[in-house]
Design a protein around this ligand. Structure first.
Ligand SMILES: Cc1cc2nc3c(=O)[nH]c(=O)nc-3n(C[C@H](O)[C@H](O)[C@H](O)COP(=O)(O)OP(=O)(O)OC[C@H]3O[C@@H](n4cnc5c(N)ncnc54)[C@H](O)[C@@H]3O)c2cc1C
Length: 355
C-alpha cells in the first residue's frame, strides 16, 4: 500500500509493530498460477500477476535490494488420476498435452519427464508451470522499512487504534504521534479484530506452519509442489510448507498443535525427498507459525469505513498476499483519491447480512 501510494505521489507514513509472527514475516511468498487438487487457475491471475510483477520490480530498483524472482516451478503429480485430471484440464482448453509445450495463455504448462523429478516423486510425472514467482517477504519488508526510515516515514510502534485514530470530516489525526493525514488505511491482518473500526471484517483465519530444513542430500534448484511445497534457499537450506489449520490458531511453537504439525511436515519431507531426519539425515533449523488473514470466501476485503470515509482497510489476503496486495492497493488508491467504485466482489462488507 505504501509503495503504490509513493508511485502515485502520495506522501505516506507507515506505522507498524513488526511482530515476528505476523503472516508476512512467516509467509513463503510463493506466487503460483495453478493451484489445488483441481488445477484451478488462481482467481483473477491475469490482473493480479502483472500488477505484482511491475510493482516488485520497481521496488527492487528503488531500494537497490533483490527479493522478487520469476522462475518456473514444478508440480509432481500425486497419482495417475491427478496426472489424468491435469491432462483433461488442458484438453478442455483445447490444447495438446503430451511431451510438447502447451500454452494456457497467459500461463505456460510443460509436461516434465520422470527423469527430471526427484526419484521419490517421479512415478506419475509432473508439470512445469510458468510464470511462477517468489517474493522473499521478510527481505522486501526490511528493504521497504529502510527506504521509509531514511525519509522518516516509518514509525515502529503499536498503535491503540480505538483511542489514537481520530477522524474528522476531511482528515485523520493521530494525537499520540502528532500526525495529521488525509487518509488512514488499516492493513492489520488478523489484528483488525482487536479494534472497533473493522471488527466486523468477515475473517476466517487459518494458521500455517513452515519448517526451515538443512538437508544432507537433496538437490533441487526450483520450487517443487506436491503435497505442499519445497522452496530451495541455497546452501542446502529449504523451506517446507505449508499446513492449513482453522482450529488451532496459536503461534506457540511448543504446544500440541505445533508438535503435530511439525511431525506432519517431517513426514511430507521424507515422502517428497526420500530423506529421513537426524542423526544421519535432514535437520530442522526453524519452525515458523503464523495465522493467515483469510476471508469467509477466500477473496480479499477492501473498502472504506461506512461512517468515517477517510478510514479504509486492506485485508483478507489469505494465502495470496504477495500476489494480490499490489493490485488491491491500486484499486484502493483509485477509490480514495478519485472516488472510483470498487468492484463489489472485493468490498469488505459484501457478505449478505445474516449469512
Ligand atoms: C505459513 C504461511 C505461509 C504463507 N505462504 C504464502 C505464500 O507462499 N504466498 C503468499 O502470497 N502468501 C502466503 N501466506 C499468506 C500471507 O502471509 C498473507 O496473505 C499476508 O502476509 C497478509 O499480510 P497483511 O499485511 O494483511 O497482514 P500481516 O502480515 O499480519 O501484517 C499486519 C501488520 O500490521 C501490524 N499491526 C496490526 N495492528 C497494528 C497496530 N494497532 N499498530 C501497529 N501495527 C499493527 C502487525 O504487527 C503486522 O506487522 C502465508 C501465510 C502463512 C501463515
Amino acid at each position: 500500500m505504501a509503495w503504490q501510494c509513493r508511485v502515485q505521489g502520495l506522501r505516506t507514513l507507515v506505522i507498524d509493530d513488526p511482530r515476528p509472527d505476523s503472516a508476512s514475516r512467516v509467509a513463503a511468498g510463493l506466487v503460483t498460477p495453478v493451484t489445488g487438487s483441481r488445477f484451478a487457475v488462481s482467481w483473477r491471475w491475469p490482473e493480479f500477476f502483472p500488477a505484482a510483477d511491475t510493482l516488485y520490480q520497481r521496488v527492487e530498483k528503488e531500494s537497490g535490494q533483490s527479493f522478487w524472482s520469476v522462475t518456473p516451478a514444478w508440480r509432481a503429480f500425486v497419482s495417475q488420476d491427478e496426472a489424468k485430471l491435469c491432462e483433461q484440464k488442458c484438453k478442455n482448453a483445447r490444447r495438446q498435452f503430451d511431451d510438447a509445450m502447451v500454452h494456457l495463455d497467459p500461463i505456460d504448462v510443460d509436461a516434465i519427464t520422470q527423469a527430471q523429478l526427484p526419484t521419490s516423486l517421479a512415478t506419475h510425472g509432473g508439470i512445469q508451470m510458468a510464470p511462477t514467482a517468489r517474493l522473499d517477504v521478510p527481505r522486501y519488508l526490511d528493504a521497504t522499512r529502510r527506504v521509509l526510515q531514511s525519509e522518516e516515514l516509518f514509525v515502529s510502534a503499536y498503535l491503540d487504534i480505538d483511542r489514537d485514530l481520530q477522524p474528522s470530516l476531511d482528515q485523520v489525526v493521530v494525537p499520540s504521534l502528532g500526525l495529521t493525514a488525509r487518509w488512514a488505511v488499516l492493513c492489520q491482518g488478523n489484528l483488525a479484530r482487536t479494534n472497533g473500526w473493522f471488527s466486523d471484517l468477515p475473517l476466517h483465519p487459518a494458521r500455517g506452519d513452515i519448517l526451515m530444513i538443512r538437508s544432507r542430500s537433496v538437490q533441487l534448484d526450483r520450487v517443487l509442489h506436491h503435497q505442499g511445497w519445497i522452496v530451495p534457499l541455497g546452501g542446502k537450506r529449504f523451506l517446507l510448507g505449508a499446513t492449513y489449520d482453522r482450529h488451532a490458531l496459536s503461534t506457540d511453537g511448543h504446544d500440541d498443535a505445533a508438535r503435530r504439525w511439525r511431525e506432519e511436515l517431517c513426514m511430507r519431507w521424507t515422502a517428497m525427498t526420500g530423506e529421513k531426519f537426524e542423526p544421519d539425515g535432514a535437520e530442522i533449523l526453524e519452525h515458523r507459525i503464523a495465522v493467515r488473514p483469510a476471508s469467509y470466501d477466500r477473496h480479499p476485503l477492501i473498502g472504506a469505513h461506512p461512517r468515517s470515509p477517510n478510514i479504509w482497510c486492506l485485508n483478507g489476503l489469505g494465502s495470496k498476499g504477495s500476489l494480490m496486495a499490489p493490485l488491491l492497493a491500486m484499486k484502493l488508491i483509485d477509490a480514495m483519491t478519485d472516488g472510483r467504485a470498487i468492484d463489489p466482489s472485493l468490498l469488505w462488507d459484501r457478505r449478505p447480512k445474516g449469512s
